[in-house]
Design a protein around this ligand. Sequence first.
Ligand SMILES: Cc1ncc(COP(=O)(O)O)c(C=O)c1O
Length: 428
Amino acid sequence: MAISVNDIKRYNTPVDETTIYDPLALVTKAKGSMIWMYGKKEPYIDLLMSYSSANFGHTNKEILAYVKSAAEKVDNIIGFNSSEKAELSKKLVELLPHPGNKVPYFPVGGTKAIDAAIKLAKAYTKKDIIIAFSGAFHGYSYAGMSVTDDAFVAKSQFGTYPGKVKLFPFPHRLAVDAQRVAKDILTKIETYLKANHNKVAAILFEPIQGAAGFLIPPGNFLSDLIEIAKKYHVVTICDEIQTGVCRTGTFYYINQVGIDPDIVLLSKSLAGGYYPLSAVIANREIYEAVDTGHSGFDSTFGTNLFGIEIANNVMSYIKKNKIPNLVQKTGEYFFHELKQLTDTYSFIKELDHIGMAYGYRVEAKSGKIEDGAALAKQIRKEAFRNHLITQTAGVHGDHMKLSPNFFITKTEVQLVMKKLKKVFDQCR
Ligand SMILES: Cc1ncc(COP(=O)(O)O)c(C=O)c1O
């Protein structure tokens, strides 16, 4: 069937994210770090990787083979227990810094995992308030939006939201006086808990804020946060949906900080980016607090054997290919090249990275945040014109983030830097 430009325009859904780049840019093929578009000979280098769901590269041959073999191996049934599920559960729990008696439940997609974690915390504590952070992104379900910073979604148009949310600022290790700022935030949280601990069900946090521009908190912020929560019997929920599955150089980011949240969430690349599997890994007694029968958790496509079987193979693939080591090594190389390049542009500030997650702030000559946001947008646009896919970030839109393919080659890294130089020169 022939599709015309008019058809493309007619059937483009206005809320699709495709409109950010160019609704007429039609993807025809994706492989490794590259995406090909209809009518364009030169491929685009992807530094976004389908929002980190294709961490192992687009159309990775081995991952694709797992998808095919999972389709052959597991029968098309949903809603039963299986040895495959137990195997994946064991693998995920054993990699936690504090496995304890944790068990996972496997919903569909990241934001459903957020919903489930909030429900669990409320059912377990019989309390209702969720503490979350400015700059946080937890997805677009109603519960997800209720704990997501207003900057990422124009909330008021969608009516009322479930439950009460109390927001606190999130510290950034590169901010002025970062340690003191972090301490002040913790003091404020503790003061709030002292007065309200009988109402607060959970503290929900991204250990590194992804949509805010990969903002890493300073020193002991996370461990101190967990300690305060435990003191006031508040459940801690750690959203590793973006940081997990090796993006930061360890399977979980919390492997690097050694904390023990009550609930840990994963999704994105867990099933290689082919099935929207997520995991809600929580202490068993939290699950046991739920009144079962009609538990209010599972859904038609939850605990999906097909996704679980792919994920089992993805976990073996990570081990076999020593992916954390690869991410650490490639992550350092990419950062070294990026730092060398960005050091020569005064509008790029606070470049930071962990593993293969990179972020920086864009500051315009005027110093005004809105001008920085306009410049970041211009950089993204110019990058796209130069066949480079990047993303703006941050609550004000004046940050940019990069999350490249784990298997990006040195030649590709050099090409990225060459293109970025051209883009930065154009936007100077
Ligand atoms: C930290 C975090 N939590 C939750 C979500 C929501 O996941 P999904 O888009 O799969 O619903 C995202 C998505 O980007 C995320 O980055």
